[in-house]
Ligand binder design. Structure first.
Ligand SMILES: [Zn+2]
Ligand SMILES: [Zn+2]
Length: 394
C-alpha cells in the first residue's frame, strides 16, 4: 500500500513539471506586461488557489488543461472548454468583448464561440467589474480596508479584501466529479453543487462550481450563477467573516445581483450548496407583486426569524429579493449603512459577535429610518403597489 501511494505521488508530480515548463502563453495578453497591466491581469501562472495551490489542482484533478488568472481582487482557475454564444445573447457578448478589446486589441469581433482563454479574460474583467459594483453598493473603496485591524479606527475587519486578508477565488470545474474531489480535499465533504468556503487560517473565501449541467455550460447561464455565489462571498467577507449574516439579507442581495445580469436566472440554496433552479418562478417581479396584491406577502419579522434557506422558502426568497430591490433602489445609501451595521457588530470586549441579529436589525431600522419591521413592510408594499419593480434596475 505504501509503495503504491509513493508511485502514485511520483506519477502525479510529472504533469506539474511539464505544465510549468510548457505552459502555453495566453494568446490575448500574450503575457506582455503592458497588455496585462491594461487588462488588469497580474498573472496567468498557477496561483495560490485553495489551501494547496494551483499546481496541486492541476496534478490532482487532471483535465486537458487548467488555466489561471489573477486580478486585483480575485483569482480564477478554469478547466472549461469553449463556450457557445447564444444568438439571443449576442448583443451582450459583443458589448463585453468590445470592453475587453479596448485593452486587448487581439480580441476578435463577432467570434462564433469563446475559446477558453477568451472566456477566462472575460470572466477576469467581469469579476473586477462585479467587485466594483459590490463596493459601490456598500459605499466603500479599497482604502477603507487596512491590511491589519486598527484599534484607533472604526472596525473594518482584518484585511484589504473587504475585510479578509486574501483575494476571492473561483474554481470552475469541467465535471461534478472533479468538483466533489476538490471540495472534499479541504472541507472533508464531497459536495454536489456550487460550494463556498472560508479558509479560517488563510482568511479568504473560495467558490467552487461544477460546470457540468446544461444550464451552466455556456457563459450566459454560468455568469449570473457565479455572481450569485460571489455576492454571498463578498457579503460574508465584509468586515471579516466572523458570523453568518442574516439569511434573508444574504440571499436577497445575492438574488438581486444575479438578476441584474439575467432577470430569469435563479440560484437556490440546497443542503450542501447552491444550484440553478429551473422550477422556481421565472418572473420574481410578477411573483412579488402578486404576493403583495393578494395580501400573502411574508412579513419582515418572519424573514428575520429564518435561520436557514429552507426556512425562508420560495415565498420568503421572493420577498427577500423584492425588499432588497426596494432598499437598493429607493434607499441605497441607508441600505449601505444597514449592511455596515449588521456586518461589524462587536461585543463588549471588542470582538466580532453575531449575537441577537434580529435585535440588531430592529435597532438599525430605527436608527436609520425610524422604522419598525412593520413600518418597513408597509413602505415596501406601497413601493411594490406603485410599480416599484417596473422602474427598478431589473
Ligand atoms: Zn491573458
Ligand atoms: Zn444564495
Amino acid at each position: 500500500m505504501a509503495l503504491r501511494t509513493l508511485l502514485a505521488l511520483v506519477c502525479l508530480a510529472l504533469p506539474v513539471l511539464a505544465q510549468a515548463k510548457d505552459r502555453e502563453r495566453c494568446p490575448y495578453c500574450k503575457e506582455d506586461p503592458a497588455l496585462m497591466a491594461a487588462a488588469g491581469v497580474l498573472s496567468h501562472a498557477p496561483s495560490a488557489i485553495g489551501d494547496k495551490g494551483g499546481e496541486e489542482l492541476v496534478a490532482k484533478l487532471p483535465v486537458s488543461r487548467w488555466l489561471f488568472v489573477e486580478t486585483a481582487h480575485l483569482r480564477w482557475a478554469s478547466a472549461l472548454g469553449d463556450s457557445a454564444i447564444d444568438q439571443r445573447d449576442r448583443e451582450r457578448v459583443e458589448a463585453e468583448l468590445a470592453r475587453l478589446r479596448a485593452v486587448l486589441p487581439d480580441v476578435p469581433t463577432k467570434p462564433r464561440k469563446l475559446d477558453p482563454w477568451l472566456r477566462l479574460h472575460v470572466q477576469a474583467m467581469k469579476g473586477e467589474e462585479f467587485y466594483a459594483r459590490f463596493q459601490a453598493l456598500l459605499g466603500v473603496k479599497d482604502a477603507d480596508f487596512p491590511a491589519e485591524r486598527r484599534l484607533d479606527a472604526p472596525y473594518m475587519g482584518a484585511g484589504r479584501f473587504l475585510g479578509e486578508k486574501d483575494k476571492f477565488e473561483v474554481v470552475l470545474h469541467v465535471s461534478r466529479e472533479n468538483h466533489r474531489r476538490f471540495t472534499e480535499s479541504f472541507s472533508g465533504v464531497a459536495v454536489n453543487d456550487s460550494f463556498r468556503w472560508h479558509f479560517p487560517g488563510l482568511h479568504k473565501l473560495l467558490v467552487s462550481v461544477p460546470v457540468e449541467d446544461a444550464d451552466l455550460k455556456d457563459d450566459r447561464g454560468l455568469w449570473p450563477h457565479v455572481a450569485h455565489n460571489l455576492s454571498h462571498a463578498f457579503l460574508c467577507a465584509y468586515k471579516h467573516f466572523s458570523y453568518d449574516p442574516p439569511v434573508w439579507i444574504d440571499e436577497g442581495l445575492a438574488q438581486a445581483l444575479e438578476k441584474e445580469f439575467d432577470p430569469q436566472s435563479r440560484t437556490t440554496e440546497g443542503e450542501e450548496g447552491s444550484l440553478r433552479d429551473t422550477k422556481a418562478p421565472a418572473d420574481f417581479a410578477g411573483a412579488a407583486t402578486k404576493l403583495v396584491n393578494v395580501g400573502k406577502a411574508p412579513r419582515l419579522a418572519e424573514l428575520m426569524a429564518a435561520k436557514d434557506y429552507s426556512e425562508l422558502g420560495t415565498d420568503g426568497s421572493v420577498a427577500a429579493w423584492s425588499i432588497t430591490r426596494f432598499l437598493l433602489d429607493a434607499h441605497g445609501e441607508r441600505y449601505a449603512r444597514f449592511l455596515a451595521g449588521l456586518k461589524g457588530q462587536l461585543d463588549a470586549k471588542g470582538n466580532p459577535s453575531g449575537e441577537d441579529l434580529p435585535g440588531l436589525q430592529r435597532k438599525l431600522l430605527r436608527e436609520l429610518w425610524d422604522w419598525s419591521p412593520l413600518d418597513l413592510d408597509e413602505a415596501w408594499r406601497a413601493w411594490v403597489k406603485s410599480g416599484g419593480h417596473a422602474h427598478a434596475r431589473k
